[in-house]
Design a protein around this ligand. Structure first.
Ligand code: SAH
Length: 224
């Protein structure tokens, strides 16, 4: 085993012991995707597998800590073949992890659409995804993600990787019935509540509180 594989296994053991994640597919995706390809060039490869967030270029944004990114896979209840919308591509790492699951069946390949509002991060995410070999499973789009991406709607799952005050209404519209949307709900500052909304029918959402999290603010029309 390489040092990187060992470091990943160590983190996975920890997440299992702490009961952070229960979906084995999430661990497989974590083993598969090279996080070291998504971190700033001035960071050492080994820092990719320390369990903390890292800066995204000099934009003031951050790439979430590994445990958070793997927990998000669990929250999304992903299956091969699903179509996913992510708001906040950042480095592209979360999108690659999701793609590793939804794109894992060659006969039924899903896709990830990821919207990013900061133009230089759009380019950064595209470059990183290409380097890691996930560019065919992930499409990065520049724009305000709170408006969604109606061109490819409806989505099986929607993940917002920045903290917002409420669920942006266009995203609810663009979610399939029986689909779910995960968002860190709350004011920017220290903690928000990761929350999952399941769309029971066209007019009813079922809300489930998941964990306390700390994300950068969601910008845009329905952001903070
Ligand atoms: N998922 C990313 C980390 C996200 S950090 C990763 O794996 O690296 C949050 C990201 O959301 C930042 O890149 C920020 O620029 C972006 N963001 C904030 N508001 C947004 C909006 N309204 N639309 C699209 N992206 C947004």
């Amino acid at each position: 085993m390489t040092n990187i594989e060992e470091a990943k296994e160590r983190l996975i053991d920890q997440y299992r012991r702490r009961g952070y994640v229960s979906d084995e597919k999430a661990f497989e995706a974590f083993m598969q995707v090279p996080r070291e390809y998504f971190i700033p060039e001035n960071q050492n490869t080994s820092s990719a597998y320390l369990d903390h967030p890292l800066p995204l270029m000099n934009t003031g944004q951050t790439i979430s800590a590994p445990h958070m990114t793997v927990m998000i896979l669990d929250y999304l209840e992903l299956e091969p073949g699903q179509k996913i919308l992510e708001i906040g591509a950042g480095s592209g790492y979360q999108a690659a992890l999701i793609a590793a699951i939804v794109g894992s069946d060659k006969d039924n390949q899903g896709h990830v659409y990821s919207i990013e509002i900061v133009p230089e991060l759009v380019e950064y995410a595209i470059k990183n995804l290409k380097k890691a070999g996930y560019n065919e499973l992930v499409t990065v789009i520049e724009g305000d993600g709170t408006l969604g991406y109606v061109e490819k709607a409806p989505y099986d799952k929607i993940i917002i990787t920045a903290a917002g005050p409420t669920v942006p209404p266009p995203l609810i519209e663009q979610l399939k019935v029986q689909g779910s949307l995960v968002i860190p709900l709350g004011r920017p500052g220290l903690w928000q509540q990761m929350t999952r909304f399941r769309k029971k029918n066209e007019s009813e959402l079922v809300e489930e509180k998941l964990s306390s999290v700390a994300f950068v603010p969601l910008k845009g029309k329905y952001g903070t």
